[in-house]
Design a protein around this ligand. Structure first.
Ligand code: PGA
Length: 253
């Protein structure tokens, strides 16, 4: 399999500048030797510039934003544009996270525009999809995920989709301690890859990295990474401590 694992930390609304510096001071020496996987850290907006500065020159770790708006500039109070992210050295952006969808009401159309804008500016989107508990219980998982993929990737061309990562994050597993079993996650990952194959090409589907997210921790990451269609993890709570996240990053599938 040619897909290089990608292990991403989503810090959400945690860490001041002092805490960010402390994390990187502890984390960077620990991961110096890692070459067989990509590491991504998504700090909050206020810590992005500092984080970019701290990882500058290292080629195994990159910085992601947790969100952005799709316009280059304008009267959009409180928003951040792709150009501003590029300007400080951000390379990826998480889009469509379930907390954006369900707490802040972001819909597929908006998320699709954001994905498009990120790609246009050379930022790699990590497009998040995932069903809520009641949707799973009603047997709607695939339908929900398909709708989110359709909306998120609506305008995306074959050339562009190669610069994108998808994260499957069942909403019921995020921050709840209830991880999907490896088999259950694999089922959805396989569905996503097959869908990508139909919409784009089999080569694109074969090369696309699909991460799993939702209560990933050291105790469950190996089982998840062992699945054929799980190419990495998007880790929230367990990514906040340098030592814990380093151990998760190193897990072999
Ligand atoms: P969690 O968050 O690992 O704390 O469940 C994952 C995410 O929301 O990306």
């Amino acid at each position: 399999m040619s897909r290089k694992p990608l292990m991403a930390a989503n810090w959400k609304m945690y860490k001041t500048l002092g805490e960010t510096r402390e994390f990187f001071e502890a984390f960077l020496p620990k991961i110096k030797d890692i070459e067989d996987r990509d590491i991504v850290i998504a700090p909050p907006f206020t810590a992005l510039a500092l984080s970019c500065e701290l990882v500058r020159g290292l080629d195994n770790i990159r910085i992601a934003a947790q969100n952005m708006f799709h316009e280059d500039e304008g009267a959009y109070t409180g928003e951040i544009s792709p150009l501003m992210l590029k300007d400080i050295g951000v390379e990826l952006v998480i889009l469509g996270h379930s907390e954006r969808r369900h707490i802040f009401g972001e819909g597929d159309e908006l998320i699709g525009k954001k994905v498009q804008a990120a790609l246009k500016h050379g930022l790699m989107p990590i497009l998040c999809v995932g069903e809520r508990l009641e949707e799973r219980e009603q047997g709607l998982t695939q339908r929900v995920v398909e709708t989110q993929l359709q909306g998120g990737l609506k305008q995306v061309s074959n050339g562009e989709v190669e610069n994108l990562v998808i994260a499957y994050e069942p909403v019921w597993a995020i921050g709840t301690g209830k991880t999907a079993t490896p088999e259950l996650a694999q089922e959805v990952h396989q569905f996503i890859r097959e869908w990508i194959c139909k919409k784009f090409t089999s080569t694109i589907a074969e090369n696309l990295r699909i991460l799993y997210g939702g209560s990933v921790k050291l105790a469950n990451v190996a089982g998840l990474m062992a699945q054929p269609d799980i190419d990495g993890a998007l880790v929230g709570g367990a990514s906040l401590k340098a030592g814990d996240f380093e151990k998760i990053v190193r897990i072999e599938g």
